[in-house]
Structures are given as structure tokens and as C-alpha cells.
Write a protein that binds this ligand. Structure first.
Ligand code: ZN
Length: 229
């Protein structure tokens, strides 16, 4: 297996990372997936991701043979050093500095360091992540400039050229739904609505046309609005 034909997707089991997984399955001969357990309140996403992988194999025969190993890395230490609404039972709010309190400082930076290390060990030179600076709530670790800097830092620090693909960087949520439709048609849009998890509160609850979730938290609001658009 040549490294150039393999990719490692940061795959949390949400709408964005599932769209990225489909994007990678279209382009690479072998695609591995990676998630992190950092004590997130919406831990249900860790189960959703297995359901997504299962359904992709069942519904997309062309992609099924390309879907490789799945990896789960324990980053509980992130929850230990951050007091945020994603890792603690506190309400969502916007802090004085303008950042939502769902911001886990350094989260994507830490994710990428471990993803890079895993990719190095697996002989993979292409990382794929759903970071986006269009609907990004102001998280500084989702910005394109941050990603380009990390790509360079990882390539230098690992002593191997590593590409970091962020296909959603300039898309809003409506365009992300559209991208899913282009990649996998109605079947993929249905799969994303039915199986992925985005709600910050970890609520499955009612099935709306855009999927499951509380319908009120920032993640649900974005997803629902994008779907309607
Ligand atoms: Zn929600």
C-alpha cells in the first residue's frame, strides 16, 4: 500500500467529520479513522461514529473496501485541564473575550499532534479534518492559518511531509450538506441525518428532518439552519 493512497480522517461521528470521511473515501484507496475521548459531554458521538462506519459499509459498496482501521485515543487529560461547557455540566455562554465557553483550549492542536504521530506510524501522509472557519464560533484553532501552521509544524517535527486537508474550511453548514449530496447523493444525506451526532448536549431525542439533537444548543442550531437552507 503506497502512503500516497492512504488518508487518516479525524472522525468524531458528527455531520462535518462524516462529510470529510466521504470526501476521503472518494479520493483515497485506503481511509483510516481516528477519534478522541476527552471526557466530552456529548460522548454519545463515540457510539454514533461506529454506526456511521457500519452504515457506510452497508450502503456504499464502492467505499466499503476502502474503509480501513478505526482508532480511538484517550485524551482525558484535556478535560482535566479545561473548564468548559463541553467537558463540564455548565450552560453554554459567550465569555467576555467573545469566545463561547464550549471552547476547549488547544483541543484541535492536541488532536493534530496525536493524529500526526499515528499517521507517521501507519505510513500515512494525508490527514483530513472538518475544521471550518465559516461557521466556526470563533474558535482560533479552527482557522485556516492555524491549520497551515500545524501542517508545517508536523511536517518539520515528524521529519516527513504531511498534508492536512480541510475540505470544509470555507463552507457554511448549508454548503456542507450540499457537499454531502454531491459526494454520496440522497443516501449519504439520509445517513448523516439518521446516524451522525452533533448536539453538544449529547441528546439524541427527537428525530428532526436534519437529524437528532436538542434543537437549541449552538451545534444543533447551525445544523438545522444549514439543512433548511
Ligand atoms: Zn443540541
Amino acid at each position: 500500500m503506497s502512503a500516497a493512497s492512504s488518508a487518516l480522517v479525524l472522525f468524531s461521528g458528527g455531520q462535518d467529520s462524516t462529510t470529510c470521511l466521504a470526501w476521503a473515501l472518494k479520493r483515497f484507496e485506503r481511509v483510516e479513522t481516528l477519534a478522541f475521548d476527552y471526557g466530552q459531554r456529548h460522548r454519545i458521538e463515540l457510539e454514533a461514529r461506529l454506526a456511521v462506519r457500519r452504515e457506510i459499509v452497508a450502503r456504499f459498496p464502492a467505499w466499503a473496501p476502502r474503509l480501513g482501521d478505526d482508532h480511538l485515543i484517550d485524551l482525558g487529560v484535556l478535560g482535566a485541564i479545561s473548564e468548559t461547557s463541553l467537558t463540564r455540566e455548565v450552560a453554554f455562554a459567550v465569555e467576555r473575550d467573545g469566545l463561547p465557553n464550549s471552547f476547549v483550549p488547544g483541543r484541535n492542536l492536541a488532536f493534530l499532534v496525536f493524529a500526526g504521530a499515528l499517521a507517521w506510524r501507519r505510513g500515512i501522509a494525508d490527514l483530513v479534518g472538518g475544521m471550518c472557519e465559516t461557521d466556526y464560533s470563533g474558535y482560533p484553532d479552527c482557522r485556516d492559518a492555524t491549520m497551515r501552521a500545524m501542517e508545517q509544524a508536523l511536517s518539520l517535527g515528524l521529519g516527513r511531509s504531511l498534508r492536512l486537508h480541510t475540505p470544509l474550511m470555507w463552507l457554511d453548514k448549508a454548503e456542507t450538506w450540499q457537499l454531502a449530496e454531491r459526494l454520496g447523493g440522497d443516501a449519504l444525506v439520509d445517513l448523516i441525518a439518521a446516524e451522525t451526532h452533533t448536539c453538544y448536549l449529547g441528546e439524541r431525542g427527537l428525530r428532526h428532518d436534519w437529524g437528532h439533537g436538542c434543537g437549541i444548543c449552538p451545534a444543533c442550531t447551525l445544523r438545522a439552519r444549514g439543512h433548511a437552507a
